[in-house]
Design a protein around this ligand. Structure first.
Ligand code: ATP
Ligand code: MG
Length: 377
């Protein structure tokens, strides 16, 4: 049975054999600053893994250690099972794309793409078909003779991708590659890079601080904060089962309400929120979930899991302050009696009762879709 990449789509043979990467106890200190704090991470061969986190959370530092441009303070990294500690950057088989285009301005597009091959000592005849193929992959086959300054930002970034892929590296690192582009172009290139990944079979580690981008593109996402991985999982599991308030807040829109644990059963815990008691399955508790009666908690609820009603039964009173029509749905901004503001997603269908979109209302939580986190936050 031939070995298959776990993440390549069925029915197509990938043209590059992606390799697995293992970070074990990786730490990077810059003097007294800890850039990366004891990270253990296993990236599968052919996977698309994103590092998502705020500025300064250690994303670039982690990539730089994998690429060989920074030396870990401790820990080890393997690529395809080989220990990388003493392997110089140019021998690691890693392609890189950065936020700024970083094309050589005095070289044509074809010369830029050929550069890594030239560095590896290939002759002109060997290079030409590889350059052509790499440019075709990013749909720029007719642009080889142009200079970088004659291309749009998105085209320049596609050239950078072609250059990173031309020597068929098993691993491609991308550090905010679309950060300098406008939203529409960014969305187009997200789809393009995702398709490229699927057809190639290369392992990609992709850095972004844009959660939507990470959700769109990734097989798995590692959410980073202060040099650590807060949570690692599929986009669906991070969205629906965040383990910490930080992850809940960072991915997607999230409302937070104050609550108190008033009872704990085997399967459910009773949480009081604004005078209403709700029975929340214990599976909805983030982290270790070791709560005691009387503990303050934060109850997190996505806008699409909240609903409003005219009836006070089992619901929390509030006041609709604004109703915003957004085409596919409507966002209601509701202020609760304790001053907390909630966003609630509601229908934007024609014929919606407009009178129900302002004034006094009652907000209903869905106990099976809230997440509960310890502490007052
Ligand atoms: N060469 C360096 N010297 C000193 N401190 C550094 C150096 N490089 C990074 N750091 C520090 O390490 C931490 C992680 O930085 P890093 O660049 O990895 O963050 P990042 O997640 O890539 O952020 P951004 O989204 O802003 O690019 C930060 O506190 C940063 O100031
Ligand atoms: Mg960075």
């Amino acid at each position: 049975m031939p070995e298959k990449h776990a993440f390549s789509p069925p029915g197509r043979e990938p043209s590059i054999k992606g390799e697995a990467i293992t970070f074990t106890g990786i730490t990077k200190r810059f003097g007294s600053v800890i850039g990366v704090d004891h990270i253990d991470l296993q990236v599968e061969a052919g996977e698309f893994l994103s590092l998502l986190g705020p500025s300064g959370s250690g994303k670039t530092t982690l990539l730089m250690m994998l690429a060989g441009f920074e030396t870990p303070s401790s820990g080890s990294i393997t690529l395809g099972g080989r220990d990388l500690t003493h392997v110089p950057p140019n021998k690691r088989g890693i392609g890189m794309v950065f936020q700024r285009y970083a094309l050589f301005p005095h070289m044509s597009v074809a010369q830029n793409v050929a550069f890594p091959l030239k560095m590896r000592g290939l002759g002109k005849d060997e290079m030409a078909p590889l350059v052509e193929q790499a440019l075709a992959r990013v749909r720029l086959q007719d642009y080889g003779a142009r200079m970088p300054a004659q291309l749009s930002g998105g085209q320049q970034q596609r050239v950078a991708v072609a250059r990173a892929l031309v020597f068929q590296p098993p691993v491609l690192l991308m550090d905010e590659p679309l950060g300098a582009l406008d939203k529409k172009l960014r969305e187009e290139l997200q789809i393009e890079i995702k398709k490229l990944h699927e057809s190639l079979g290369v392992t990609i580690i992709y850095v972004t601080h844009d959660q939507e981008e990470a959700l769109t593109m990734s097989d798995r996402i590692a959410v980073m904060d202060r040099g650590r991985i807060q949570q690692l999982g599929s986009p669906v599991s991070l969205y629906h089962e965040p383990e910490t308030g930080f992850v809940a807040d960072f991915i997607g829109k999230m409302n937070f309400l104050k609550g108190v644990v008033t009872g704990i059963g085997d399967r459910e815990a009773i949480i009081e929120v604004s005078g209403q008691s709700i029975a929340v399955p214990r599976s909805q508790f983030g982290g270790r979930g070791d709560l005691t009666t009387g503990s303050p908690v934060r109850v997190a609820a996505r806008p699409e899991t909240l609903s409003t009603s005219q009836s006070p039964d089992g619901a929390i009173p509030g006041e609709i302050e604004t109703s915003i029509f957004l085409g596919s749905h409507r966002t209601l901004i509701v202020r609760m009696q304790d001053g907390t503001q909630l966003q609630i997603q509601s229908s934007s269908a024609r014929g919606t009762d407009e009178a129900g979109l302002r004034g006094r209302t009652f907000v209903r939580l869905s106990p099976s879709s809230v997440r509960v986190f310890a502490g007052e936050g």
